[in-house]
Design a protein around this ligand. Structure first.
Ligand code: ACO
Length: 325
C-alpha cells in the first residue's frame, strides 16, 4: 500500500568557534579533567560569543542542510526549532530562522522538550508531512545552554555546551513496508512528576528572569537508562526489528555512562553508537543532529541505513525515532 513517509534528505550542523576544554573549566570551578572525563566522557564544549544567538547557530546549520539537500529554501513550508534557549521569549526562534532563510510560506514554530526537543520536533514534522499538510520541513535543534548555566555550580556547568544541527525532511510516496526510506516510527513520552529533578529556576511567567539550570544528577542518571531503553524497545517492537538489525544508534549526547548503560541493557554493539559528547558536551536539543552530522561526514550513513535516534530530558520527556536514511 502506498504511503507518505518523511524522508531525511540531508543534515547540517554548526558549532561556535570558541572551545572550552576541561582545563579551561578548572580555571572557573573546583574540578579536574579526570573527574569530568571519568563521570561523563566530556573533554570540551563550544561556547557561543556574546553576540551569537541560538538562531545564528540554527541558521548556519539549516543553510548547510539545505545546500546538501539541493533544495531551494522557498520550497520549504515548515520550520520547527527545538530549543530551550530561544533568542527571546517570543517570537519563536523558528520564525527568525525562517526569515533568515527567506521562507515566507507555511508555518514556523518552536518546540520545548529540552534535551528531547529534536525527537519531539521530528515526530511533529513527520505527522504533518504524513498528513499531507506540508511537503518539506526543516527541523532544527539549536541551543545556547551557556546562557542558563550557573557558572559557580561545578555539578552542572561542566556538562553542557552550545551548538545546532538541522535536517531537511521531504514527504515522499513509499511502499508502506519497513524497507521504506524515511521515518518508520516515532515514540514520545513525558511524565511531569519528575519536573523538579531537572529544571531552570526562572522564567517570564514566574520570576520574570531567565534563571539557571538546576539538576539532581543522580536521580536523572537513575531514570535515564531505564526510560531510554524502554522507548528504544517500543520503537523496535513497533517495526519488528531486533536491536542488532539497527545500523546506527544516534543518541542524545548527555553522558557516556548513560550511553554505556543503554548499550549494556539492550546488548547493542558499542561501535554502532555514535558518540560525539567528548568534543561538545551536552548540547540539549542540538545533540542528536550534531551527532547525525558527524556520522554523515564520517560516511557512516549510507542510503538504506537504519538509524535509531533517542533522547531524554527535563520534564521528564523522552522518546525515540527510527528512520531509514
Ligand atoms: N568536579 C569535581 N567534583 C564534582 C564535580 C565536578 N565537576 N561535580 C560534582 N562533584 C563532586 C560533588 O560535590 C560530590 O562531592 P562530595 O562527595 O564531596 O559531596 C561528588 O563529586 C559526587 O557528586 P555527585 O553529584 O553524587 O556525582 P555523581 O557521581 O552523581 O556524578 C553526574 C554527577 C556526572 C552529574 C551524574 O550524576 C550524572 O551523570 N547524571 C546524569 C545527569 C545528566 O547527564 N544530565 C544531563 C541532562 S539530562 C539528559 O540530558 C539525559
Amino acid at each position: 500500500m502506498a504511503v507518505i513517509r518523511s524522508v531525511i534528505r540531508s543534515v547540517g550542523a554548526h558549532l561556535p568557534k570558541r572551545v572550552m576544554t576541561n582545563a579551561d573549566m578548572m580555571k572557573i570551578v573546583d574540578t579536574s579533567d579526570e573527574w569530568i572525563v571519568e563521570r561523563t566522557g566530556i573533554r570540551a564544549r563550544h561556547i557561543a560569543d556574546e553576540d551569537e544567538k541560538t538562531s545564528d547557530l540554527g541558521i548556519a546549520a539549516s543553510k548547510q542542510a539545505l545546500v546538501r539537500a539541493g533544495i531551494d529554501p522557498i520550497d520549504i513550508d515548515l520550520v520547527i526549532c527545538a530549543t530551550a534557549t530561544p533568542d527571546r521569549t517570543f517570537p519563536a526562534t523558528a520564525v527568525t530562522i525562517q526569515r533568515a532563510l527567506g521562507i515566507t510560506k507555511g508555518a514556523a514554530f518552536d518546540v520545548q522538550a529540552v534535551c528531547s526537543g529534536f525527537v519531539y520536533a521530528l515526530t511533529i514534522a513527520d505527522n504533518f508531512l504524513k498528513a499531507g499538510q506540508f511537503k518539506r520541513a526543516i527541523v532544527v535543534g539549536a541551543e545556547t545552554f551557556s546562557r542558563i548555566l550557573d557558572w559557580n555550580d561545578r555539578g552542572t556547568c561542566v556538562l553542557f555546551g552550545d551548538g545546532a544541527g538541522a535536517v531537511v525532511l521531504e514527504a515522499q510516496p513509499q511502499h508502506g513496508t519497513t524497507e521504506d526510506r524515511g521515518i518508520l516510527t516515532t515514540v514520545i513520552r513525558s511524565d511531569g512528576r519528575f519536573e523538579d529533578l531537572l529544571y531552570v529556576d526562572g522564567g517570564p511567567g514566574s520570576t520574570k528572569t531567565v534563571g539557571h539550570l538546576r539538576m539532581n544528577g543522580r536521580e536523572v542518571f537513575r531514570h535515564a537508562v531505564q526510560k531510554i531503553s524502554g522507548v528504544i524497545e517500543e520503537a523496535l517492537v513497533m517495526t519488528g526489528f531486533a536491536p542488532d538489525e539497527i545500523d546506527l544508534y544516534v543518541p542524545h549526547q548527555a553522558n557516556k555512562r548513560i550511553l554505556d548503560g543503554v548499550v549494556k541493557k539492550l546488548g547493542v554493539e558499542p561501535d554502532k553508537i555514535v558518540v560525539t559528547l567528548d568534543r561538545h558536551g551536552n548540547t540539549s536539543a542540538a545533540s542528536i543532529p550534531l551527532a547525525l552530522n558527524h556520522a554523515f561526514e564520517a560516511h557512516k550513513l549510507q542510503e538504506g541505513s537504519l538509524v535509531l535516534m533517542e533522547a531524554m530530558g527535563g520534564g521528564f520527556t523522552w522518546g525515540a525515532v527510527l528512520a531509514r536514511w
